[in-house]
Design a binder for this molecule. Structure first.
Ligand SMILES: [Zn+2]
Length: 255
């Protein structure tokens, strides 16, 4: 018998918010959730650390849902914490089951054997990416941009991060440059071009696998967490993206 990780009391790993209108966007949220399978307890991490950015992308859950409501686009969310398995890392990636995250050690992961990793991949990582793949396959005849939603911690490695928002890109930079311009035109934002992270084929997984490999346009959007930690900020950013994303799409498809 195959040993399993998720039990009857654990939530399914993926939530799909189906489209309510025709939209060119597929919204994905790799770090929307911070559930932990019951069998893994708290991974040896303190309650205080579970509230930090190491557990999930603070605020992005709310932004994603509001954006789904206003655009009517499908939203696919990962339910489990990035401390269980980081769904924006390829299977087997050295940091996908982190032993250490921003100074906090994760004892259960440090002692995890290959079987533990395999179960997390099989029951959490793969179903999530299969779901994205199926959603894209179902839209084959419809022009589509993949919109990957993330948030970043305001301070890392002792340095404050000045950007309000960042757009990450790799080989296909056309979408990113359109969106960077639109964000700069807002006038009051410090906009990061491949900041606070550079998108690469190995540091990320969702965009390289589902967009770049398939030649699909994409945006990887990073919003600073202090701006969206509360409901009001989430509404401001969801409104802004709901306004700018259709303009981005118009420019991309009419240029
Ligand atoms: Zn993220």
């Amino acid at each position: 018998m195959i040993s399993t990780l998720l039990g009857s009391g654990d939530p399914p790993p993926v939530i799909i918010h189906a489209a309510t209108r025709q939209s060119p966007f597929l919204l994905v949220s790799d770090h929307a959730g911070r559930a932990v399978p019951e069998a893994l307890g708290d991974l040896g991490v303190s309650p205080e650390d579970w509230t930090r950015h190491i557990a999930w992308d603070i605020g992005i859950h709310g932004v994603g849902r509001l954006l789904h409501e206003s655009l009517g686009a499908t939203l696919i969310e990962q339910v489990y914490s990035r401390l269980v398995i980081d769904c924006n890392r390829a299977p087997g990636h050295p940091t996908s089951v982190p032993k250490l995250s921003d100074g906090t050690s994760v004892p259960t992961n440090a002692n995890a054997d290959e079987g533990c990793r395999t179960r997390r991949e099989r029951e959490i990582l793969h179903p999530y990416h299969d779901c994205i793949q199926e959603a894209l396959a179902a839209r084959r005849s419809q022009p589509t941009a993949l919109i990957a939603l993330h948030s970043f911690t305001p301070r890392m490695n002792g340095a404050d991060r000045p950007w309000h928002v960042g757009i990450l890109h790799h080989k296909d930079t056309r979408s990113a440059h359109i969106m960077l311009d639109l964000l700069r035109q807002e006038g009051d934002l410090t906009v990061g071009d491949n900041e606070p992270y550079v998108l690469t084929a190995t540091s990320d997984y969702t965009v390289p696998r589902h967009a770049e490999a398939a030649g699909l346009p994409y945006l990887e959007i990073e919003i600073r967490q202090d701006l969206i930690a509360e409901d009001a900020g989430q509404a401001v950013w969801a409104d802004r993206l709901a306004r700018l994303l259709p303009r981005y799409w118009d420019q991309l498809t009419t240029a």
